[in-house]
Design a protein around this ligand. Structure first.
Ligand SMILES: Cc1ncc(COP(=O)(O)O)c(C=O)c1O
Length: 458
């Protein structure tokens, strides 16, 4: 029997003996994020434990984690090395102030992380989430131009359907309508957007990168003509847009963005909060797609989801632009109480060890052909209008139900969960992105459950 199958059998046996975890009587006080609170509380889905590829629900069921939690548990759950590192760290040094003070492991981690970055990206600034990593990137971009005497470069360019977290900078450059509309008049001024690259008419059922759409990057040229390059600080995109439903970059698109940015002195920021740490088969999407930006944001897989941490990586050129005032001057007035928190740092170091030992940062490449065959086998099922994949990520898009957008996506999510599989719905798109330790048998299990759901979708 396969090791994970044995572990799963053991978990099932253990479950038979252990009582289920009681649901608290009162679910009212917790205002849940990005959740339909009333709907959820009328039929709660509570996760009470996790190990390897599986969650255990409060009612004692085993649930295959098809989403790495929320795109973050890339090495699987409760990995002993990471658990031990965090436990030991909290006893050894629970907290250290990060302003004008440091702790040794933060420097150790930084050197190891920049070793994973593309050539030229060699400094890292820490925060606590993807959202904060993005805010940090946008602020560094503005401050960098000012340092160089180009203070007029204040405009930021994002992209339709982009997701860059939930803080004001991130939602301003982001392009997901529901995340913006309630806060509309207080979004950052001086922001513009590129068109998104989702084109079902030309690219439906693409395997790997879509063939059509590189020319959409030329919209940046038009924005330069409209606003003048001297007003533009940076362009931010997700190399693969995850949260909006897995939109892969058309072949040649990212390189074209890079070329236009170079031509006009605009910084290029890759938001790799989802792409990073092996999801696409390499430590970074930048490496995978052969395009190096000036700034990379990361979070999630950096600690395998165990302790919150965000990181913003910059080139030596950007860093050096700040290192030229008096030595006693603080170079960047930015930082968080929990930047490089010792627990997060310890978790990240142990996570990097785990990734390295098990070859997880490139494993998605090995599994990708098998994964691709399996997911594309759903072509032709009712309501399926697109399937797309890359590395160990995939998406299935459904035609909207006449009743409204999102009904089918939500139904698939709930039915899959009830049948023992966690996936993620974004409107009528279902994303799957399992931990990178997944076996072929578990890939079969994942798609078998999903097939059972999709065949009954109305
Ligand atoms: C590309 C991208 N940027 C930023 C974020 C925000 O990260 P967090 O939820 O940790 O703030 C996410 C979260 O999914 C993301 O996918």
């Amino acid at each position: 029997m396969h090791l994970d199958a044995r572990r799963r059998a053991a978990m099932t046996a253990e479950r038979a003996q252990t009582p289920t975890v009681p649901v608290p009587n009162d679910l009212d006080a917790f205002w849940m994020p990005f959740t339909a609170n009333r709907q959820f509380k009328s039929a709660p889905r509570l996760l009470a434990g996790a190990e390897g590829m599986y969650y255990r629900s409060h009612d004692g069921r085993t649930v295959l984690d098809g989403m790495s939690g929320l795109w973050c548990v890339n090495a699987g759950h409760a990995r002993p090395r990471i658990v031990k590192a965090v436990q030991e760290q909290v006893a050894e040094l629970d907290y250290a102030p990060p302003f004008q003070m440091g702790h040794p492991k933060a420097f150790q981690l930084s050197s190891r992380l920049v070793d994973l970055m593309p050539e030229g990206i060699d400094h890292v600034f820490y925060s606590n989430s993807g959202s904060e990593a993005v805010e940090t990137a946008l602020k560094i971009a503005l401050a960098y131009h000012r340092q160089r005497g180009e203070a007029g470069r204040t405009r930021l360019i994002g992209r339709e359907r982009g997701y860059h977290g939930v803080n004001f900078g991130g939602i301003s450059v982001g392009g997901m309508v529901a995340n913006r509309k309630a806060f509309g008049s207080n979004l950052l001024p001086g922001v513009d957007h590129l068109p998104h690259t989702h084109d079902l008419a030309r690219n439906a059922f693409s395997r790997g990168l879509p063939r059509h759409g590189a020319e959409l990057a030329n919209a940046l040229e038009r924005l330069v003509q409209l606003h003048d390059a001297s007003t533009i600080a940076a362009v931010i995109v997700e190399p693969m847009a995850g949260s909006t439903g897995v939109l892969l970059p058309p072949e040649g698109y990212l390189q074209r963005l890079r070329d236009i940015c170079d031509k006009y002195g605009i910084l290029l920021i890759f938001d790799e909060v989802i792409c990073g740490f092996g999801r696409l088969g390499a430590p970074t999407a930048a490496e995978k797609f052969g395009v190096t930006p000036d700034i990379i944001t990361m979070a999630k897989g950096i600690t395998n989801g165990t302790v919150p941490m965000g990181a913003t990586f910059v080139t030596g050129e950007i860093f050096d632009a700040f290192m030229n005032g008096p030595e006693n001057a603080i170079e960047l007035f930015h930082g968080y109480t929990y930047s490089a928190h010792p627990l997060a740092v310890a978790a990240a170091l142990a996570t990097l060890d785990t990734y390295a030992e098990e070859g997880l940062l490139t494993r998605a490449d090995e599994l990708a052909p098998y994964w691709e065959e399996k997911i594309h086998a759903f072509r032709g099922l009712p309501h399926v209008i697109d399937i797309r994949n890359y590395g160990l990520v995939g998406a299935i898009e459904f035609a909207a139900h006449p009743v409204g957008v999102g009904k089918r996506g939500y139904k698939v999510f709930v039915d899959a969960y009830e049948k023992g599989l966690l996936v993620r719905a974004s409107g009528d798109i279902i994303a799957v992105a399992p931990p990178l330790i997944i076996s072929k048998e578990q890939i079969d299990e994942l798609f078998a459950i999903l097939r059972g759901v999709l065949e009954n979708l109305d």
